[in-house]
Design a protein around this ligand. Structure first.
Ligand SMILES: Nc1ncnc2c1ncn2[C@@H]1O[C@H](COP(=O)(O)OP(=O)(O)O)[C@@H](O)[C@H]1O
Ligand SMILES: [Mg+2]
Length: 266
């Protein structure tokens, strides 16, 4: 790919270590896994800057990888991170214990919600800014319709991404602000035993409504348990209420739908 000649600072840190390229992420980035580090190479964007800023602000108060080097070179951002400990929540072995996975996903959100966001510098996540970013994606044809839920567009759904964007702009729910991860899906959360050990992929993290993360968590739990990533054989009959019970939060159909639909434009 791109980025094969590394900036000097990064090259110095990784030396001649061999690496493997991760295939799990869906973004256009390349993620190189070294013995001691992970190097993410992706187009420089407000999100790549945001990830560094939020990690600095979190400053060890939550288990997130530290970022010993961040370099921008020829339009690419090189983020060198330490490795998260433990297993991803989408790990096949972990998924065999559905109750544990659901409880861990809930535990992770509660950890985020315990943070005081008064001085959080990251606002890319606020709804106004997310809608601006969604507008950019729609205007530049970056919405991957193939990767959306079947009912979002077409018969019974929205005509196209423009139609969905208009609806989102005209139906903004009031925001109940907490620290959000922004892409709270199982491959971005790590656990060791029954404890959360890492949050990664923090480009969209910052202050936002708590349903931003709840909605994506429910979808991710549903998709991982329905077996679509593992040859179609269902693993567990997941119901959103199971996660809400673990969280101690009541269903808010309006916000659930809103944030679920917002994510379709990313
Ligand atoms: N700091 C890290 N520690 C361990 N694994 C990581 C780390 N960063 C990324 N990975 C692995 O690479 C995958 C993709 O990285 P991620 O930052 O989530 O990018 P994407 O935007 O492609 O989802 C993760 O799901 C995880 O398997
Ligand atoms: Mg990810």
């Amino acid at each position: 790919m791109k980025g094969s000649v590394l900036p000097e600072v990064i090259q110095k840190a990784v030396g001649t270590e061999k690496y493997t390229v991760d295939k799990i992420g869906e973004s256009t980035s390349e993620v190189r896994i070294y013995d001691n580090y992970v190097l993410k190479i992706q187009p420089h964007s407000p999100e790549t800057d945001n990830e560094v800023q939020i990690v600095r602000w979190i400053n060890g108060r939550l288990p997130v990888p530290s970022i010993p080097a961040y370099e921008i070179h020829n339009g690419l951002a090189y983020t060198l991170m330490t490795k998260a400990e433990g297993k991803m929540l989408c790990d096949m072995d972990l998924l065999q214990t559905p109750e544990l996975v659901i409880n861990l996903a809930a535990q992770g959100l509660k950890m985020l919600w315990e943070m005081d966001v008064c001085d959080c510098p990251c606002s890319v996540s606020r709804l106004t800014n997310r809608l601006k970013a969604a507008e950019y994606n729609v205007a530049h044809g970056l919405v991957d319709i193939e990767n959306t839920e079947p009912e979002t567009f077409g018969k019974g759904g929205f005509k196209n991404p423009e139609g969905l964007l208009d609806w989102l702009k005209n139906n903004r729910p009031p925001e109940d602000i907490v620290l959000t991860h922004g892409d709270y899906c199982l491959p971005n959360i790590f656990a060791k035993g029954d404890r959360i050990s890492g949050f990664i992929d923090l480009g969209k993290a910052g202050s936002a409504d708590r349903w931003q993360d709840i909605a994506i968590a429910i979808r991710s739990l549903d998709h991982n348990f329905d077996g679509r990533y593992f040859g179609g054989k269902p693993i567990f009959d997941f119901k959103p209420q199971m996660f809400l019970d673990a969280l101690g939060v009541e269903m808010n159909e309006e916000k659930y739908r809103y944030y679920y639909l917002l994510d379709e434009l990313f």
